[in-house]
Design a protein around this ligand. Structure first.
Ligand code: KG4
Ligand code: ZN
Length: 358
């Protein structure tokens, strides 16, 4: 019997300092030996968003302790792991460099392979920690920096079907929270307060809902929220109504665009039985889950979400992506550098900026 692969994962791409030790089990999913996440929410709260230099300094201060804790909690010595996986992009270079450099050092002194993981691939494969996933599948990746529909053909093989042409969905949630003074982090607070409001009170725009395939756009919606938020004058009821109307509009957009993405996926793969995986920080949103689960029932496909603790940034998903890449011999050189931009589908057109035709 071959020994089950065990990896140390490290994640410092944004505002979570995280380390985890993961072992693949006989069922083909993961045993989480440890999963340590240190959030910097308190540091960034007063600025209403992530400040890169502050984030990098906090990573530097915490990373050794976090890795040490993850190893201790897992009961695994460094010589018992099979490799080190560390996020190499996309993200803030000053932050990525902290995790990447320490990952390189650990790999070098312990003579283990290093895998520089694409953070988006970490999210993409994250449901595999708990459930058996089947390639090819349709992925809706919704996080603070990305909003995309992709066909995941295999590990390292992605075809983009659609993406946002302006803001990411998490960004839209965060900005809405800021405009409504609902506190940081934005997404969970918009979700919480939208339950208190009337979702039909405001009629907000649904940008490009009837054009551009399954591409997404949230900038016009954000501008409308800004305009309405200026008229609220501290009226709490109106504030909650606006949060609720924003959440409802997002659900309507995702419902329609996912339907289109499903049709595109079926046409391209000729598959009727498949999984839709919804991953990334915004996949923690319960009404989005309910809304897309309803679509899956109507269109008859299987829908899978990562466990809530693996929706936001964590190192388990990085270790897991590392194990999957290691099994395919996708091992990196110690010279790899951090990348701020790193699309999963390298052939996908860049969908932002002036001159974009839809
Ligand atoms: O995946 P993630 O942790 O980091 C990135 O890779 O960007 O995603 C963070 C984003 C933030 O914008 C946050 O507000 C959003 O996910 N988010 C949510 C919820 N929980 C986190 N958005 C809506 N509803 C939530 N419950
Ligand atoms: Zn993320």
């Amino acid at each position: 019997m071959t020994k089950n692969i065990t990896f140390l994962g490290i994640e410092t791409s944004c505002d979570e300092t995280a380390a985890a030790v993961i072992r693949e089990n006989d069922e083909g999913t993961a045993d989480i030996l440890s999963n340590v996440v240190s959030s910097q929410i308190e540091e960034h709260k007063k600025f209403g968003g992530v400040v890169p230099e502050l984030a990098a300094r906090a990573h530097l201060e915490n990373i050794e302790y976090i890795i040490d804790t993850a190893l201790k909690q897992s009961g695994t010595a460094i010589n018992e792991i099979d490799g080190v996986a560390t996020t190499a992009g996309p993200g803030l270079i000053v932050c990525l460099t902290v995790g990447l450099n320490i990952g390189k050092s650990i790999a070098a002194f312990s003579n283990k392979p290093l895998i520089g993981v694409n953070h988006l691939e970490g999210h993409a494969l994250s449901p595999g920690l708990n459930e058996k996933i089947k390639f090819p599948y349709l992925l809706l990746l919704i996080s603070g920096g990305h909003s995309q529909y992709l066909i995941v053909k295999d590990v390292n093989e992605y075809e983009q079907l659609g993406t946002t042409i302006d803001d990411a969905l998490g960004e839209a949630f965060d900005k809405t929270a800021k405009m409504l003074d609902l506190g940081y982090p934005g997404g969970p607070n918009v979700e919480k307060f939208s339950k208190e409001g009337d979702e039909n009170f405001y009629k907000l725009p649904e940008p490009i809902i009837n054009k551009a395939g399954c591409n997404l756009s949230f900038a016009g919606l954000k501008t409308a929220v800004l305009r309405e938020s200026k008229k609220i004058n501290g009226d709490v009821k109106l504030k909650y109504n606006l949060a609720a109307s924003f959440q409802k509009t997002i659900n309507k957009i995702l419902y329609k665009k996912t339907k289109i993405a499903v049709e595109m996926f079926k046409k391209k793969t000729k598959k009727e039985n498949f999984q839709l995986i919804v991953a990334g920080g915004v996949a923690a949103n319960k009404t989005i889950r309910e809304n897309l689960t309803q679509l899956s029932n109507e269109m008859n496909f299987e829908i899978i979400y990562p466990d809530l603790k693996f929706c936001g940034d964590n190192a388990s998903m990085i270790a897991w992506a590392g194990i999957q890449r290691f099994k395919k011999d996708l091992i990196d050189d110690l010279n790899i550098t951090a990348k701020s931009r790193w699309p999963l589908d390298k052939k996908a057109p860049y969908m932002k900026g002036p001159g974009l035709k839809l």
